[in-house]
Ligand binder design. Structure first.
Ligand code: GLP
Length: 255
């Protein structure tokens, strides 16, 4: 795994936005795997700014998001469809029909999951999959104990995740306990993966992702099986890496 440690959140976010912009510059019709969460807001703000400067076009790109809450309509202010529209899609030149998220309102969620997986298989592979990390090591909504061979399906969220994401919901507002999420095997099918983790709250998940034993307790550890993963972190999120000096040395020597 390529580990890039930068001084602060802004520099780490800049780097990830640049990796996405480079992919689109090299391959305008790239298939991008996208993520939600507070960590990604700065990434999308930078991509929107680059588009407004005329430096970046999504006109030929296609996107697949990792996950969507079950039971939230696309117009709900906490649905991931709404998050993506608000932070990215409404501000760039992407064709709406080229943006894909799992259908959280499907009458048959299992069927919606199978359709999503089939759509990725038909249009993919995903060229660059963007990932955040849950503090518990989840990627997408693949909570601890997820099968490392999983495909898109319904997952019940852990209490930790419901609490962590509760900050985005109004007090007293019903919060979903389940989501449709790409599986770990779906994520590992991407040609390349870029992970962004910021802040001390992610330090343990970062260390487990890079250095921990591979296992379902920390789903992000499955990324160790992928040959092209770039993990970008700020100093705080790098705080528990045992081999941090080595990663910094490798970065400094261009390895
Ligand atoms: C959610 C998403 C994940 C994301 C995680 C981290 O649970 N399903 O894809 O990585 O949140 O969110 P944040 O960036 O807000 O810490």
């Amino acid at each position: 795994m390529r580990v890039i440690i930068l001084d602060d959140e802004a520099l780490a976010t800049d780097r990830v936005a640049a990796l996405i912009a480079d992919t689109l510059a090299r391959r305008p019709a790239a298939v991008l795997g996208l993520a939600t969460g507070g960590t990604m807001e700065g990434v999308y703000a930078r991509l929107v700014a680059a588009h407004r400067r005329g430096d970046l076009s999504f006109a030929k790109a296609r996107t697949f998001n990792l996950d969507e809450y079950l039971g939230l309509a696309p117009t709900h202010h906490q649905s991931y469809r709404h998050f993506m529209a608000h932070h990215l899609f409404d501000h760039v030149d992407i064709a709406p029909e080229n943006t894909h998220l799992p259908d959280g309102m499907a009458a048959d969620a299992g069927e919606a999951a199978r359709l999503y997986e089939a759509e990725i298989a038909a249009r993919g592979p995903i060229d660059l999959q963007l990932l955040g990390l849950g503090a518990n090591g989840h990627i997408g909504f693949n909570e601890p104990s997820s099968s490392l061979g999983s495909r898109t399906r319904v997952k019940t969220l852990t209490r930790d995740t419901i609490e962590a994401n509760g900050r985005f919901f109004e007090a007293g507002e019903p919060q979903p306990r389940q989501a449709l999420t790409m599986g770990i095997a779906t994520i590992l099918d991407a040609r390349s993966i870029v992970v962004l983790a910021l802040g001390a709250g992610k330090a343990e998940a970062v260390a487990q992702t890079v250095e921990g034993p591979v296992g379902a307790r920390w789903p992000s550890s499955a990324l160790q099986f992928h040959p092209d993963v770039t993990l970008v972190v700020d100093r705080a999120a790098a705080g528990s890496l045992a081999m941090r000096d080595y990663y910094e040395w490798v970065s400094a020597h261009g390895g």
